[in-house]
Design a protein around this ligand. Structure first.
Ligand code: CTP
Length: 377
């Protein structure tokens, strides 16, 4: 239908971006579909909506030159092909009308710059000027333009590169890795909300350590989550060493991610040892200690959430609780008792995750003295 309407308007139109990528990856069909028209995307959207069953509303974002139609669970986003140029201190580009090529040039990665034609004459033709399909095949994240330009133009793309690598288990090409490291400081112009969105996606990927290692390697991690970088390293005094709590944390996150899809448990795993950096001490008699790291860690969780502008709600409290309990015994349900670190805790939690969350809440809120005593124990 979009092709037909485009033909009527004498306009070229294409599906572009994530939909095309996921189509070739045979991932679940995305519900967000980006359509680019060579001309006015808004006009195209309005005409399409008129012909759709039920004539759905068109949300027009005049300032962005885009329009969106919600239809049968899908979000169709229309935009006119454009050329973008960026200023140093902002992610907001200066936009001019452009050709399909201009539009593909402005995209973040080759795998996100592929377009499928919708007009009758070339319906289904793939326009892939940067070899995105080959990059999908070789599992590589590459930028259409020189990487220094792509990442400096829009530093959010540094996080997106890491996130796609983690989600798809792709590698980031070497020049990109270098450019990200060089431009890492520019992450400061990206809003905390966008950074957190990408962190969530990294944590929700199948093997989150892929993304976390890349954040570490590109030196973005100390900017975003310095509490984690501080865990790195092994000290030795009088022949006594402690484990490297950074690499240990990555293992715990991966282990937990095999067991649960619960984002907040994954956050808890990521943060379960953060109190260890500031509490680390060496005692001549007992060796290395991290006394009360759970309490310090739980306080750090609050500060970290606040710094990243994450909501300080019950989810945050849950993560705090998990950190607090990370090396203490805990009752998971009436007949389920476990001991040891979060790793065990969550392994054992399995289907009891919901119980665990309720329990953490109950622990804070219950007025029943019997229950209070039991939870305390
Ligand atoms: N895009 C870009 N630079 C960004 C964000 C997006 O070039 N910083 C382009 C890419 O071509 C991308 C498209 O806009 O494919 C749509 O972006 P978005 O919906 O955010 O991401 P998807 O690629 O669709 O992937 P996902 O839905 O997993 O976020």
């Amino acid at each position: 239908l979009i092709g037909e309407v485009s033909d009527e308007l004498g306009m070229e139109s294409y599906v572009i971006g994530g939909y095309v990528r996921d189509f070739f990856l045979k991932r679940e069909t995305p519900t967000d579909i980006d359509i680019v028209g060579i001309g006015s995307g808004i006009q195209l959207a309005k005409k399409v909506a008129e012909k759709l069953k039920g004539k759905p509303d068109v949300s027009v974002f005049k300032n962005f030159g885009t329009a969106m139609i919600k239809y049968q669970g899908m979000e169709l986003e229309f935009v006119g092909a454009r050329k973008e140029s960026y200023q140093r201190d902002s992610r907001k580009p200066i936009v001019e009308d452009g050709t399909l090529e201009d539009d593909q040039n402005r995209r973040d990665f080759t795998i996100n710059a592929m377009a499928l034609a919708l007009n009758k004459v070339n319906f289904g033709q793939l326009l892939d000027p940067f070899g995105g399909l080959a990059d999908l095949d070789q599992k590589i994240i590459r930028t259409p333009l020189e990487p220094g330009i792509t990442y400096s133009d829009d530093p959010l793309r540094m996080m997106r590169a890491v996130r796609f690598a983690s989600q798809l288990n792709f590698t980031i090409e070497l020049e990109s890795l270098r450019a990200i490291t060089e431009n890492k400081g520019r992450i400061k112009i990206v809003s905390k909300e966008r950074i957190v969105d990408e962190l969530h996606k990294i944590l929700m990927s199948q093997v989150p350590s892929v993304g976390l290692k890349l954040l570490h390697q590109t030196e973005l991690l100390p900017i975003i989550l310095p509490e984690l970088t501080a865990l790195q390293g092994i000290e030795e005094i009088e022949g006594q060493r402690h484990k490297d709590n950074f690499w240990h944390t990555l293992e715990v996150v991966d282990n937990i991610s095999r067991t649960t899809d619960n984002l907040w448990l994954r956050w808890a795993a990521l943060l379960h040892d953060i109190g260890k950096a500031p509490t680390k001490k060496f005692h001549k008699k007992i060796g290395w200690t991290f006394h009360a790291h759970e309490f310090v860690g739980a306080k750090m969780v609050y500060k970290l959430f606040k710094r990243l502008r994450m909501p300080l709600n019950d989810k945050m409290k849950f993560v705090q609780k998990m950190v607090l309990m990370s090396s203490r015994p805990i009752i998971l349900s009436e007949d389920h008792v476990t001991d040891s670190a979060v790793r065990r805790l969550v392994f054992d939690a399995g289907d009891h995750v919901e119980d665990l969350m309720t329990l953490c809440e109950a622990d804070i809120t219950t007025k029943n003295p019997k229950k209070q005593k039991r939870y305390k124990n």
